[in-house]
Design a protein around this ligand. Structure first.
Ligand SMILES: *[C@@H]1O[C@H](CO)[C@@H](O)[C@H](O)[C@H]1NC(C)=O
Ligand SMILES: *[C@@H]1O[C@H](CO)[C@@H](O)[C@H](O)[C@H]1NC(C)=O
Ligand SMILES: *[C@@H]1O[C@H](CO)[C@@H](O)[C@H](O)[C@H]1NC(C)=O
Ligand SMILES: *[C@@H]1O[C@H](CO)[C@@H](O)[C@H](O)[C@H]1NC(C)=O
Ligand SMILES: *[C@@H]1O[C@H](CO)[C@@H](O)[C@H](O)[C@H]1NC(C)=O
Length: 494
């Protein structure tokens, strides 16, 4: 059957010489001759003409009367198999090509994504290089400063001890070890900062205990009053500063404020807030909130907000509202921390503003808000007060002034001020290393007077001081660094 197959497949010119009689006379002929040739023969002209056009074929009838026809194909046999193979190869090739092409397209897409990522990274690195700092390095620098402080203290302590110094010696070794540990950990990630902070805290507590156990040799700190209580006689002393961190916007942001929200209804809670001013030292545009101190320390889980605009570093947070002096005005704005909306804006009557009576070394803080056990206060000056400090108690709902006290302290000669239990405390600069709480005004009694409580500082200028009634700590913004001070109160109420 292969010749027939050939006919069907691709040889239109198949010449076959046959004996005419057979086509009709042999019913037993093969299907080949029957179906193909006999049917077509009807359309042919007569058998005579067929034999003329058909040539070079020899056909014969075999013993069984079947027509046998052998076809001799020319040398140039049509290479059907090769064509088939070729076709197949071409098909496979084109499939492969398609596949490769689609891969290329995929790669092109990927490359453009990577290109974008790369340019993003470049931008981020540029920003990091320019503005921000390696927090890891920085935190370790600060911790080193603190450990050094402790080392100094232990040396002092050792000198003042008479007799057995076993405990002190042991503490000294531990503090030395801590120095080594900090140096080792510097190469690792910043999560260690937390662990070290806890260890430092534990060491500090033991140092304090050790100091207290010295007995009658030195001054004894009275037991602290209950958190939020005013059953004490005012500030007696402040601790050395603890450096919490550099503000989240970096070295360049030397002006600002920070603190912790105080809500009388939820005294133990309270967001940590950090509000560095723009580098002009005037505009408050961005602030950041953290739910916990750990988050603050690690610069994580922060909520960042933008306002347009606050002015100066007199900001406070009370009862989940931020209170700020509104830009270029004598107004106070009350911003809901849940949605960052300024819900109330109120003019502070007669208040001087826009650098008329700010603090020494700190601009744009003519209107300095404060929070203590009794609520919301504002410290400012008026033309009538000739620049002396004026204290007003505010209704924190409406920002209306409830009561006002006039002091005899010139505001621009103080470096800052804060309120504790209705008493205003003002600071002044002693030198580049120390401030002094030098003045108080008690709104409960109307008394005012001098104090001399030294506050060490890490950097030259104190930008703002805020108080938290439950922690009984000062939150100080010191040229971009966030500091905490513990307060020691006089035992007997005055
Ligand atoms: C037929 O075959 C013979 C030899 O077998 C050859 O000489 C002749 O040229 C062929 N004729 C045609 C038309 O191919
Ligand atoms: C590039 O950064 C922007 C914002 O910084 C971000 O929205 C975007 O998804 C980033 N693109 C890529 C490809 O990472
Ligand atoms: C201090 O470190 C040394 C070696 O690293 C260790 O043997 C010693 O126990 C450590 N001392 C204390 C008190 O942790
Ligand atoms: C006040 O505290 C500082 C730092 O802790 C300390 O050096 C100083 O002796 C204290 N002063 C008094 C009077 O207790
Ligand atoms: C503050 O103002 C609100 C609203 O007018 C009032 O309900 C509240 O009693 C005031 N608080 C004080 C302490 O005056």
């Amino acid at each position: 059957m292969s010749p027939g197959l050939f006919c069907l497949l691709g040889l239109p010119f198949l010449f076959c010489q046959t004996t005419g009689s057979l086509w009709t006379s042999s019913p037993t002929s093969s299907s080949f001759s029957d179906s193909v040739f006999s049917s077509s023969s009807s359309s042919h002209p007569g058998p005579g003409s067929v034999s003329q056009s058909l040539s070079n074929f020899t056909g014969f009838e075999d013993d069984h009367g079947t027509c046998q026809c052998s076809i001799v194909l020319p040398d140039t046999t049509f290479p059907v198999q090769r064509v088939e193979r070729l076709e197949l190869t071409a098909h496979v090739l084109s499939q492969k090509f398609e596949k490769e092409l689609s891969k290329v397209r995929e790669y092109v897409q990927l490359i453009s994504v990577y290109e974008k990522k790369l340019s993003n990274l470049t931008i981020r690195i540029e920003i990091m290089e320019k503005d921000t700092i390696s927090y890891t390095e920085l935190d370790f620098e600060l911790i080193k400063m603190e450990v050094k402080e402790m080392e100094k203290l232990i040396v002092q302590l050792k000198g003042s001890f008479v007799g057995s110094t076993v405990i002190v010696d042991q503490l000294e070794v531990e503090i030395r070890n801590m120095t080594l540990l900090v140096e080792k950990l510097e190469t690792l990630d910043k999560n260690n900062v937390l662990a070290i902070r806890r260890e430092i805290l534990a060491l500090k507590t033991r140092l304090k205990e050790c100091e207290a156990s010295k007995g009658d040799n030195g001054p004894v700190s009275p037991p602290p009053p209950a958190p939020g209580s005013c059953g004490h006689g005012g500030i007696m002393n402040v601790s050395k500063p603890a450096v919490v961190q550099l503000n989240w916007r970096g070295f360049a942001y030397k002006y600002g404020a920070w603190g912790r929200d105080y809500s009388p209804q939820n005294p133990e809670g309270g967001l940590y807030w950090v509000a560095p001013l723009n580098t002009d030292g005037r505009i408050l545009e961005y602030y950041r909130l953290h739910k916990t101190l750990d988050d603050l320390l690690l610069y994580i889980n922060a909520q960042d907000y933008r306002i347009t605009y606050g002015q100066g570093g007199g900001t406070v947070v009370y009862n989940n509202y931020m209170y700020v002096n509104w830009y270029n005005t004598g107004n106070i704005a009350k911003i809901n921390l849940n949605n960052n909306r300024a819900e109330v804006t109120q003019t502070l009557p007669n208040a001087a503003y826009n650098n008329r009576f700010s603090y020494a070394n700190v601009g744009w803080q003519d209107i300095d808000l404060a929070v203590d056990e009794q609520g919301l206060w504002v410290i400012y000056s008026t033309e009538a007060s000739t620049g002396n400090m004026v204290i007003s108690k505010l209704n924190d709902t409406t920002l209306v002034v409830l009561n006002t006290w006039y002091t005899r302290q010139y505001k621009p000669s103080a470096s800052n001020a804060f309120m504790i239990c209705g008493v205003l405390y003002a600071t002044r600069t002693l030198n580049t290393k120390a401030e002094e709480i030098f003045y108080y005004y008690d709104t409960n009694t109307g008394r005012e007077g001098r104090l001399a409580i030294t506050m060490q500082k890490m950097q030259e200028r104190v930008q703002s001081i805020n108080y938290h009634p439950i922690e009984q700590k000062l939150f100080v913004y010191n040229d971009g660094y966030l500091l905490n001070y513990d307060l020691i109160f006089n035992q007997k109420p005055k």
